[in-house]
Design a binder for this molecule. Structure first.
Ligand SMILES: [Fe+2]
Ligand SMILES: [Fe+2]
Length: 376
């Protein structure tokens, strides 16, 4: 892992990439920018280099790299406090009370958190290294690693790119994957109900913010439960992102990268989906956040039963065709910006600068503009 991290650093140093940071959020097309040196520029930022890749393939890989850097940042935070800190995933020293609360769901939670964290490190490292190997610009979000993180026992205390302490978690994927007749690609206006409505109705920590969050026990368990639903919420996003991006790449080797990383996100999702169902029903006495018993009325049944973790078949492509058990959604149009909106609405970037959003919007716009070109 140390070699991987060093490799990432050197590839970033060769091709530092920050462009078109904006002082006004949302004005991503205006073109006032910030170059790698940090010097503001008011000319249109230079286009990223694609090297031997098509412009679209490089843009898609850069967006995937950014998503993986973001994933790595918050998985590291989870691992420092609730995972296993070792030479594969260094950093932090563990928070015994939080780790124990996570293990209420499954005795192997710490191992799974560790392994998921390591996977994300390798994803971001590989994609950036591949871009560099093709002479294309890579992605560096390190100037935005500025947010204060948890100060609870066990943290490394390092600044962070993402915020795990004010999350609004949309658990509607729970019913989306249980539905036998609705597919978001065919029914874009259908609202799948969330499994945990309370998680959509406020901002909640998924890690202890400080040692005051370690008690009372039901509060700490609610924090662990929040994490347990955040894990599959994120990983189902990756599960849809990769096939959606793959539909627009040109080079078969780039396709192979997306088709090989994407299913590992699905492996993560499937594991976390199973564990989330073990979250003990409770109400957080400090803020009222409730985790209902998903196996009893008004929950339960086809839409909520916790052991229905394999995707139910649903309509796919056309209702004239037979139903099929599939990943959904996989509609490719606007997928990158959709992921940015999904992560932003989740509260993952609360505290981030307008420059950060401008860089992310730009990467997403370029990825969404990519089109599959003639056979290569
Ligand atoms: Fe990943
Ligand atoms: Fe992931």
């Amino acid at each position: 892992m140390k070699d991987l991290v060093n490799g990432l650093k050197s590839s970033i140093n060769r091709r530092s990439f920050i462009k078109k940071g904006l002082t006004v959020a949302g004005a991503a097309t205006v073109g006032a920018g910030m170059l790698a040196s940090g010097s503001p520029t008011f000319a249109k930022g230079r286009e990223e280099g694609s090297g031997k890749l098509t412009k679209g393939d490089a843009a898609i890989l850069r967006f995937a790299a950014a998503a993986e850097i973001i994933e790595t940042d918050f998985w590291v935070q989870y691992n420092e406090l609730g995972g296993i800190q070792d030479n594969e995933v260094p950093g932090g020293s563990g928070n015994p009370a939080y780790t124990a609360a996570l293990k209420v769901l499954d005795g192997d939670m710490d191992q799974y958190i560790h392994d998921n964290t390591e996977d994300e490190f390798t994803h971001q490292n590989f994609i950036n290294a591949y871009l560099a190997s093709k002479g294309a610009d890579t992605v560096d979000l390190s100037p935005f690693v500025t947010l204060p993180g948890s100060t609870a026992t066990g943290t490394s205390g390092k600044p962070r790119l993402t915020n795990l302490m004010q999350l609004t978690v949309d658990t509607s994927w729970w019913t989306r994957y249980r539905s036998r007749n609705k597919n978001p690609d065919l029914d874009p206006n259908f609202k799948f109900p969330p499994a945990i409505p309370g998680l959509l109705a406020g901002q909640f920590p998924a890690i202890p913010r400080n040692d005051n969050d370690l008690t009372p026990a039901a509060h700490l368990q609610a924090i662990a439960n929040t994490a347990a639903f955040h894990f599959p919420t994120i990983e189902q996003g990756g599960t849809s992102l990769y096939p959606s991006l793959a539909l627009r790449v040109t080079d078969v080797e780039v396709l192979r990268i997306l088709l090989s990383i994407g299913p590992t996100e699905t492996a993560h999702f499937q594991t976390w989906h199973d564990k989330a169902g073990n979250a003990p029903p409770l109400t957080d006495p400090t803020n009222g956040l409730t985790f209902p018993d998903l196996n009893s009325p008004p929950f339960g049944g086809q839409n909520f039963q916790t052991n229905l973790i394999m995707p139910e078949p649903c309509a796919f492509l056309s209702r004239k065709l037979p139903v099929c058990s599939i990943i959904r959604p996989t509609k490719t149009e606007g997928i990158a910006m959709g992921v940015v909106q999904f992560l932003t609405a989740m509260g993952l970037f609360i505290g981030q600068s307008p420059q950060f959003f401008a860089v992310l919007f730009d990467l997403a716009e370029d990825a969404d503009a990519a089109r599959r070109e003639g056979k290569r």
